[in-house]
Each structure stands twice: as C-alpha cells, then as structure tokens.
Write a protein that binds this ligand. Structure first.
Ligand code: NAD
Length: 359
C-alpha cells in the first residue's frame, strides 16, 4: 500500500501544497459549507477505480460531479463547453470551488474551465497520476488543444491548493507511471542529481516505499515551483523544464502520438540531449537513464531510419530563434544551460546514438 506516513503542509509561492493520506481533508481545505456546492471534475478511470473514496470524502449533497472521458481527446473546446454548461446548470457563485481530480488532461481542462468561469473560480487540484503530481498540477498552466496544435488555447491560473494523495497511484498503469518518472529524471538532470537514483528506485512497484515516494514528489514540486516562480511567463529559466523535450516532441510528432507516449519520448530525448552535452565537453552520463531501458521498452524500430525527419521536425519547434535550434543541455548533473545549435549533423548523430543504445 502506498500511504503517506503523515500530513505535511508546505506553502510555496502562494500556492498551498498538501501531502496527505486522507481525502476527507480535501473538503476542509477546499470549501466549507459557506461556498455552496463544489464542482468536481473527475477523470472517468479515476472515478471508476476510486468512486467510494471520492464520494465518502465529501459531506452529503456538498458536491456535483462532472465525469471527463479518459484520454487526451477530452482536452478540447467541446468538453470545456460541457463543463461550463454543467456548472451553470446548478447553483454557481463566484466562490464555488472547482476541484479537479485526475491526471494532466483533467487538470488542464478543469483548470481552464475554472479560470474562465465567472472570471475565475477557486481551483483545487487533486493530481492522480505521477506526472500530474510532479509536473502538470504545479506551475499554473491550464489549457485545451485545438486543431492548430496541442495546448494552443489556455491561461496561466494558479490553484489555491494542490492536494496529493498517493493512494490514487495504486491503480495507475505502469506505462503511465513511467511517464511521470521521466519528468522526475529530468529534475535530476536539471536541478537535483540525487533524484536520479531515487527515481530509478521507483521504476518497479516493489521499490515504491512511501518515504521515497514522498521525498521524490516533494523535491520535484519544489524544483518546478521554484523555476516557475523565477520565470512565470517562460522568458528564461522555465525553458530548463524542456530538457529532453525538444527531441521528445519531434519523436511524438513523427509517431503521430500513436505508439510512443510523452514520457517515453522525453526519456529518449534526454539520452539525445546528454549526447549533445558531451559533444561540447561536459562530463555527464546517461547511465542513470540506460539502467531503466528494460522498464521503458520503447517501440522505436519504425523511426531509426528517419532521423533526418526528426531533425527537420526539431527545426519547427516554436521555442527556436532564427534558424538555430534552442536546446537545453547540461554542463553537469543538476546544471542546465541553454544552447543554440546550428549543426544539424550533431543532432542527427544524437538521434543515431539514442536509437543505438536503446535498441
Ligand atoms: N499544465 C502543465 O504544466 C502540464 C505539464 C505537463 C503535461 N501537461 C499535460 O498533461 C497531460 C498528460 O497528463 P497525464 O500523463 O497525467 O495523462 P492523463 O490525464 O491522460 O492520464 C493518463 C491515463 O491515466 C488514467 N489515470 C489517471 N489517474 C489514474 C489513477 N490514479 N488510476 C488509474 N488510472 C488513472 C487516465 O484515465 C488516463 O487514461 C497532457 O495533456 C499534457 O499536455 C500539462
């Protein structure tokens, strides 16, 4: 059983982060009788697996529940509209809390709805995937997808609190778990090298001791919120969070978001980014990543002969300036830097290396 040993409350940059093991605490934190019925926006798989716990966490008749069909396909204007209609179909005040319970899809969608309803309802996140706990529920980005691209419509809107209950993770499929683990490994490379070992130990269910999990979540949340606080609108430091992502996005795009998920693409992308870092003489190792190769089991056969296309896709990245590709590299473990790369052969070599070691 994954259980937090005790309650821990941390306030970081005006957002309250609560690690807890009792969902009942949510009601006391999020609402209270005077704010009327809260709106729950819950991922369908989470509701199916945890319905009793969620229902029992709130006093009778204190919430109304909107179920989000699982999957990225729900992060669109149609689903946003349905949440708006649902919100107005019952009692709604400016202080009515909106509580998002689910992974990054539910959090981004519900956060966008909360930020737009009546110019902003109090928002509470209850992340239920590892990725949402260590990444998407932290930092205040909300959004939906459009045919023009992923996350192209959205707002910056901070929740009043993020509440972590690791008991949700007990039902998280292993592949989704690894998606979150990629982000923890990223924090290890850009900020806290100790996380590299700690993350590796969490790859298998047998290594997920509560103390270890708690430490990894706390440190990851701290790293992301510190970076975001220093650069709320992505002018500088926040780019560090893209370590491995410029490579990874190209792979996801070439794959058409079919066989390789985001975390797997970022995992391969970090191996490529470390290759480029070493090319510039930095002493960094991809060993902590390669140790997890059998956990990730990437389906890359279809792409090993398509590295030129991957490099071309990288040139389309919206974060680029001029013809050069903006990449996050590391000059040591925990030491990020931003580089402008014009040498496409180097990027090609990085892909060839990554595919080679992952084969
Ligand atoms: N806002 C941000 O800063 C930010 C950062 C990173 C990613 N994101 C977004 O997050 C999304 C990805 O988030 P995600 O990886 O959490 O995906 P997700 O929300 O789609 O969840 C992954 C899958 O796990 C299921 N699930 C969730 N919790 C579960 C649980 N406890 N038990 C069993 N199944 C569970 C979901 O139904 C879904 O099928 C993307 O849309 C991405 O754009 C946002």
């Amino acid at each position: 059983m994954l259980r937090m040993p005790s309650l821990n409350i941390t306030d970081i940059h005006e957002c309250r982060f609560l690690l807890f093991d009792d969902l009942h605490l949510l009601w006391g934190q999020a609402a209270g009788a005077e704010s009327g019925k809260a709106i729950l926006v819950v991922d369908g798989n989470v509701l199916a697996a945890h319905r009793d716990r969620i229902e029992n966490a709130f006093p009778d008749d204190s919430v109304r529940c909107f179920e989000v069909p699982p999957g990225e396909g729900s992060k669109n204007s149609d689903m946003w509209n349905r949440i708006i209609d649902f919100a107005f179909s019952g009692p709604l005040r400016r202080n009515t809390p909106l509580i998002a319970i689910g992974g990054g899809v539910t959090g981004d969608l519900a956060g966008f709805a909360a930020s737009t309803l009546m110019r902003g309802l109090p928002l509470f996140h209850v992340p239920t995937t590892l990725l949402a706990m260590v990444d998407s529920a932290v930092g205040g980005k909300t959004g939906i997808n459009h045919t023009f691209g992923k996350n192209t419509i959205g707002t910056f809107y901070h929740p009043q609190a993020v509440l972590f209950d690791t008991a949700f993770l007990e039902t998280l499929p292993q592949r989704e778990w690894l998606c979150g683990l990629s982000e923890v490994l990223k924090y290890g490379y850009i900020s806290d090298p100790e996380l590299l070992d700690k993350a590796a130990a969490l790859a298998e269910p047998s290594g997920r001791f509560p103390e270890r999990l708690r430490l990894v979540i706390e440190r990851s949340v701290r790293i992301k919120s510190d970076i975001v606080a220093a650069d709320a609108r992505e002018a500088g430091k926040r780019a560090w969070l893209n370590f491995g992502h410029t490579f990874g996005h190209a792979l996801e795009t070439l794959d058409n978001y079919r066989n390789i998920n985001h975390g797997e693409a970022v995992y391969a992308g970090m191996i490529a980014a470390l290759f480029v870092s070493r090319h510039f003489g930095h002493e960094v190792s991809d060993e902590p990543l390669l140790e997890l190769k059998t956990n990730y089991r990437l389906d890359i056969d279809a792409y090993t002969s398509r590295v030129d296309e991957l490099v071309t896709l990288m040139t389309h990245d919206k974060k680029n300036r001029d013809q050069d590709i903006r990449l996050v590299l590391v000059s040591g473990h925990g030491k990020p830097l931003i580089a402008s790369i014009s040498d496409k052969t180097l990027l090609r070599d990085a892909w060839i290396y990554a595919f080679d070691v992952l084969a």
